[in-house]
Design a protein around this ligand. Structure first.
Ligand code: ZN
Ligand code: ZN
Length: 638
């Protein structure tokens, strides 16, 4: 047998990729006697295409899958798509140049379904092109009926356990996406702003009190002015009232440590709610709430003369009005950090609305303990989870006022407002289309209001261990949770890893997996994060047009797990050369192996024994390194 002189990666990779799929080389064998190694493959969000960061982290998890197979394990390595939720909606809106609000929910859902099916085909081909060895027949979509049923079932269980509760409460809100969002969906953004100093009259006196704020547009929601009790400048004002200009409404002047004598004028006005911290502080006070925002960001009747104005446009307008009245003392430009919605970059607001929450603040210690029980590769990544859990502020708001998601399976009795839940056997349901079976158990009423909201996409994707293993039936699921491995990137420890862990602990009181491996980021050649705005994105398709997938994987193996890795073309060239080296050595060795017919060699020379011992050392060290997910060491040693 003669190998061609040159290795043709284009032909070879395509040929073997097709062979793997056709011959089901990587299929999981349910009746095998071999030990199972189960992987909770991250289902990519259907919101575009594969980027280099994906190629990087999925290659790394694939190294582990292939290593486990080499060890003789029966590897359960399914594939899925997370194809519902806000990211998918925004993607479909952009792609089709249509807007969800301009059509019925049914029409928009249909549009999303059609488009996701199409994009998923392209995405699947991309992931296959990097040599992933998943069992592509073990395939799920989070919007499928089966997954909807699993998601809704978890809601019924949480409800039964008293963990899913509906309450009217303050939530972070995106006025662009017009939905409540969770703490995990906030991102810090540094922005230019202005610190506005303006004067308020103190009622019944000739005195004025100057407050400093970055959010003058929140004035209609002002409920108090605070000064520090130790601040002698304001001693005589405490207990009096301040008059809000333009609105001519009075608010009490109170004392609190939130007023820092060294910051601004030492006096602040308190609005419900201008900042994240305000909500926290508010919960400790007896103050009224003045809601000024509609869900789309315009002011309601509490806005007085500003009713109907959008909150984003109000700031310059109110500053101008204050200036006209001679109330503005000074304006200081400032750079500060604000919370924005990570999907769209809009500054978040705070609205008091009816939402569904998963009550879990009392379980933080339990979550921390569970996080410690999990084996982390690399170990230091645990601290990110620990830090997140310790910083949790509110229960998890899981309802979204959106369209393309798993419906929340509840109706409300029109007469007594009781929450009516379906029977488990009826799932999945859409309360907008389906009706409860029977009457209201409380008042025998027969008229119901459907819940219109859908679940946060993480509510469903936090069930991937159940979703994936249930592809092979309930018995398989019960036997294989905890799964062996959750691979994922570090940027979603706060979301996907935390939510999966939390739900597993609440619902089953056990870990969802035994091990987790956390990948870093793929950076641009200068070591900077890639982003569209910087124009430094390296497309994997462009890389693969020039280099073999093996060279890309060779590059991805170059970083210690968890560390970021700059993309360097020279690494791919080295990879390409390395592949040729293996090819050439194979050409040399193959005829001899064939000639030798696999018989053990006799009369080894010293040099043979030396090289065999080197090889055995390498195998031993590489095995140990791979067992610790240290593939970059294996690469170096080889
Ligand atoms: Zn948004
Ligand atoms: Zn009723």
């Amino acid at each position: 047998m003669e190998l061609p002189k040159e290795y043709n990666s284009n032909q070879s990779e395509k040929k073997w990729r097709e062979y793997w799929i056709k011959e089901k080389i990587y299929s999981f064998r349910p009746d095998s006697k071999a030990k199972t190694f189960s992987i909770d493959t991250p289902p990519p969000t259907v919101s575009g295409k594969m980027h280099l960061g994906h190629a990087f982290s999925y290659s790394q998890q694939d190294f582990i899958a292939r290593y486990q197979r080499m060890k003789g394990k029966n590897v359960f390595y399914p594939w899925g798509f997370d194809d519902n939720g806000l990211a998918t909606e925004i993607f479909v809106e952009k792609k089709t140049e249509k807007i969800a609000e301009h059509m019925s929910r049914d029409e928009f859902r249909k549009l999303c379904l059609e488009n996701t099916v199409e994009v998923e085909k392209e995405m699947l081909a991309s992931w296959q092109s990097i040599g992933m060895s998943c069992d592509w027949d073990l395939h799920y979509r989070t919007i499928s009926k089966e997954v909807q049923a699993i998601s809704q079932k978890s809601f019924l269980d949480l409800h039964k356990a008293g963990r899913a509760i509906r309450k009217k409460d303050t939530t972070t809100w995106c006025v662009k996406c017009k939905t409540a969002i969770a703490q995990a969906e906030l991102e810090d953004a540094e922005k230019e702003t202005r610190f506005v100093y303006f004067k308020l009259d103190v009622e019944g006196t000739k005195d004025k009190i100057t407050i400093a704020t970055t959010r003058p547009e929140m004035m209609p929601a002002c409920v108090a002015v605070f000064v520090n009790a130790k601040d002698s400048r304001y001693k005589n004002f405490v207990g009096k009232k301040a008059v809000l200009p333009i609105l001519n409404r009075t608010v009490p002047i109170l004392t609190s440590d939130i007023a820092d004598p060294k910051k601004g004028t030492g006096a602040v006005y308190f609005c419900t709610f201008g900042h994240y911290e305000d909500v926290e502080f508010f919960r400790t006070q007896k103050l009224p709430i003045i809601e000024i925002l509609n869900t789309n960001g315009t002011l309601n009747e509490n806005g007085g003369p500003y009713k109907g104005v959008h909150i984003k446009k109000l700031r310059p307008q109110i500053i101008e009005d204050l200036q006209k009245l001679g109330r503005v003392e000074k304006i200081v430009p400032l750079r500060h950090v604000v919370n924005v919605h990570e999907r769209c970059g809009t500054d978040v607001e705070f609205l008091v609305t009816n939402q569904w929450f998963i009550k879990y603040m009392d379980l933080r210690e339990r979550f921390l303990k569970a996080g410690e029980e999990l084996k982390w590769y690399p170990p230091h990544m645990f601290h990110r989870l620990g830090h997140w859990i310790k910083g949790l502020k509110w229960d998890w708001c899981v309802s979204r006022q959106r369209y393309f998601g798993v419906p929340i399976p509840v109706w409300y009795c029109k007469k007594c407002h009781a929450e009516i839940l379906p029977d488990e056997k009826e799932l999945p349901i859409d309360p907008l289309k389906d009706k409860p079976k029977g009457k209201c158990p409380k008042c025998k009423g027969t008229e119901f209001e459907p819940e219109k909201d859908v679940f946060d996409t993480w509510f469903t994707s936090s069930l991937t261990p159940e979703i994936a293993t249930s592809l092979l039936g309930k018995a398989f699921m019960q036997k294989n949770i905890p799964m062996d491995l959750r691979p994922q990137a570090h940027d979603i420890i706060n979301f996907w890893l935390f939510y999966t862990l939390a739900k597993s602990i609440i619902l089953h009181n056990k870990l969802p997996w035994k091990n987790t491996m956390i990948s870093g980021y793929a950076l641009d050649p200068k070591g900077e994060k890639m982003s569209k705005s910087k124009g430094n994105i390296v497309e994997p398709s462009a890389v693969l047009a020039k280099s073999p997938a093996d060279a890309l994987r060779f590059w991805a193996a170059g970083s210690v797990l968890g560390e970021d890795l700059p993309y360097q073309e020279k690494d791919l060239l080295t990879g390409h050369k390395f592949i040729n080296k293996i090819w050439n050595s194979s050409k040399l060795i193959l005829p001899q192996i064939i000639e030798n017919k696999g018989e053990e060699a006799k009369d080894l020379r010293a040099v043979d024994r030396w090289i065999i011992s080197k090889l055995n050392n390498l195998i031993r060290d590489s095995t140990e390194a791979f067992d610790n997910y240290n593939f970059s060491k294996v690469k170096r040693d080889v």
